[in-house]
Design a protein around this ligand. Structure first.
Ligand code: ARG
Length: 594
């Protein structure tokens, strides 16, 4: 028989009880808003409706609070409910409904999460690496945050499409072509008579490509002739030069293969591997329309769309559609990408996870897209700008030598540190230790990043992030592994973990753990609404702490009363399920042991 979840969140249940009490006492039930307590030392939940009602009913708030509380004295949902000066209502839940609620949650395949009734199509634009350049730490945040945003939205029941939006169409391509032509002039691609047939095998490896690009870039900075040549090569490529197009395809193939491997190591995966190049074919029609419909005008030879608004405190420059030489720009590409997205996916929402220093660009693009009807008025365009990842010196993260840190090296550094910590403490095979270090290392990096509000800068601190104690990824995993090991022990003695039910909590730390567990629903809903993965981190840290306190204060498997023991095990299972679901939304998993 299916368990029927009557009320998805416990908060809704309490609110309903409170609404009835307000009505019975003769007040508007709209006042009955219940929130988590901001004084957890005094109570678990609170209602400030009496304060809000004072004006309406011309009464002292404490009188209203007393009237309401009077209605709830015998209510089975509450353990204690008190009106306190000047008019707050402090609420502590009874242990039984907590257990009832968690039993329902535990039976539901989605842990009682209230998913969208009308799922939206949400596109997440993240990653944004530039082809032919190695991934460096600057790319880490977009990948980590974007992946989590995508998973949270998916968990909430929406149709979510993650798009990497490669930087694959600029001057860097002209630079590579120019340098390649110097080094390997015998390749057929530089010959005017090149007919378009070419082998699958590229004439360079990823290692060579990564060397060619910075070399060419340095030449172009010193040598004006070289720069002109690269610009011309870019122009020819963008205008369909057959040989250069073949080189471009080689670059893409080699580069994307490497990127896929690197993102897979980060447990990041994109539904679409589109890029700036894909948007190019939408540009001519879009530009034509903007001109024809009078949105775009010439300004100093450039084609622009005004996007100023009266309320702007700061000057917002116009959106640049074409340079005076007719070349497309970053604004153009992002607008054309929206044209493409509108045509192919009709998203209700597009979320851009990009460095916050690009905010102005997105303000311009969003306004232009709305004003010119590239997207529908109701389409929501959101910019999730993230801050910089700094080193311990407070400056943008660098290698010890002061260079740009490659992502691979950063991951290796963390994995090595993790391996040391794992093998310091226990004896497991080298192979298992290495595999575990990778899993825990990834959690260290991702949690270290995601536990900060995205828009803030943060300090990447290898020692702190890899610690098993404190607000870290490894601590969360350690807690999950601890629960798994208790459950394994329980099963090893022939017990089944199926169909166990929780009883009302018998002590404070058990109740405290239950009170954390029941917040799951609201936390995920809020993290989705506010696009705030850090709220999930804060929650699982509290949940892990509550579990560990319970664990230290309770004999779990040694409990003699069988019913109690089973109830503990049921609570453990639900705690583990919630923790695992949360870390999955953060984009990492837990090992079996560590
Ligand atoms: N490739 C860009 C960069 O490196 C980031 C792309 C962000 N996404 C976008 N739709 N513009 O700065």
């Amino acid at each position: 028989m299916e368990c029927e979840i009557k009320l998805k969140t416990l908060m809704m249940t309490i609110t309903k009880e409170m609404e009835q009490a307000f009505e019975q006492a003769g007040y508007d039930k709209k006042l009955a808003k219940v929130t988590l307590s901001n004084r957890p030392d005094l109570c678990e939940y609170q209602c400030n409706g009496a304060m809000a009602g004072a004006k309406l009913y011309k009464k002292a708030p404490i009188m209203i609070a007393n009237d309401v509380v009077g209605q709830l004295k015998e209510n089975p949902y509450f353990d204690s409910i008190e009106a306190v000066n000047p008019g707050f209502i402090n609420i502590s839940l009874a242990a039984q409904p907590l257990a009832d609620y968690l039993n329902e949650l535990g039976q539901d395949s989605n842990l009682g999460l209230e998913t969208a009734e009308n799922p939206k199509t949400i596109m997440v634009d993240y990653g944004g690496p530039n082809v032919a350049k190695p991934l460096h730490v600057g790319h880490l945040r977009s990948a980590i945050i974007g992946e989590s945003v995508k998973r949270i939205a998916r968990k909430m029941g929406h149709q979510v499409i993650g798009d990497i939006h490669l930087g694959d169409w600029g001057y860097q391509m002209g630079l590579i072509i120019t340098e390649l032509k110097k080094r390997q002039p015998e390749l057929p691609y530089f010959d005017e008579s090149f007919a378009g047939e070419y082998p699958a095998e590229a004439p360079f490896t990823i290692g060579e490509l990564e060397e060619i690009y910075p070399t060419a870039s340095a030449y172009a900075k010193e040598d004006e002739e070289y720069r002109k040549e690269a610009l011309h090569a870019t122009y020819l490529l963008q205008n369909g030069h057959k040989g250069y197009t073949a080189v471009w395809k080689h670059i893409m193939q080699v580069s994307v293969t490497d990127l896929k491997k690197n993102y897979a190591n980060l447990n990041v995966d994109f539904d679409l591997w589109k890029g700036e190049a894909d948007a190019q074919k939408y540009i001519p029609d879009m530009v034509e329309r903007l001109k024809r419909e009078g949105y775009a005008h010439l300004d100093d030879g450039a084609l622009v769309v005004d996007v100023r608004e009266e309320t702007d405190a700061k000057e917002v420059p116009p959106c640049m559609i074409l340079k005076s030489d007719g070349a497309a720009l970053y604004d153009t590409t992002d607008l054309a990408t929206l044209v493409e997205r509108e045509e192919q996916y009709q998203p209700d929402e597009v979320i851009y996870v990009v460095d916050k220093r690009q905010e102005l660009h997105f303000v311009q693009v969003f306004r232009c897209a709305k004003k010119t009807g590239i997207v529908k008025p109701e389409t929501s365009l959101k910019f999730l700008g993230f801050g910089t990842m700094n080193g311990k010196d407070g400056k943008p993260f660098k290698t010890r030598e002061g260079g740009v840190m490659r992502l691979e090296n950063l991951i290796r550094e963390i994995d090595e540190e993790m391996l040391k910590k794992i093998t310091d403490n226990r004896t497991i095979s080298e192979e298992e230790a290495e595999a575990t270090a990778k899993v825990v290392g990834l959690a260290a990096i991702k949690y270290g990043d995601l536990s900060n509000q995205a828009s803030k800068d943060y300090v990447f601190d290898v020692d702190r992030f890899t610690s098993f104690e404190g607000n870290t990824g490894p601590y969360i995993l350690y807690t999950i592994v601890r629960i798994k090991s208790i459950l394994n022990k329980y099963q090893e003695t022939g017990n089944s973990i199926e169909g166990l039910r929780m009883h009302a909590a018998g002590n404070d730390s058990e109740k405290a753990l239950m009170l954390e567990a029941v917040k799951y629903n609201e936390v995920i809903a809020t993290a989705f609404e506010e696009i705030a993965p850090h709220k999930i981190c804060a929650y699982i840290y509290d949940l892990a702490n509550a579990f560990n306190k319970f664990y230290h204060e309770t004999k779990i498997l040694a409990e003699e009363d069988e019913e109690k023991r089973k109830s503990y095990v049921a609570l453990l299972i639900t705690t583990k399920d919630i923790l695992e679901s949360c870390i999955d939304m953060l984009g990492f998993g837990a090992p079996e042991r560590m």
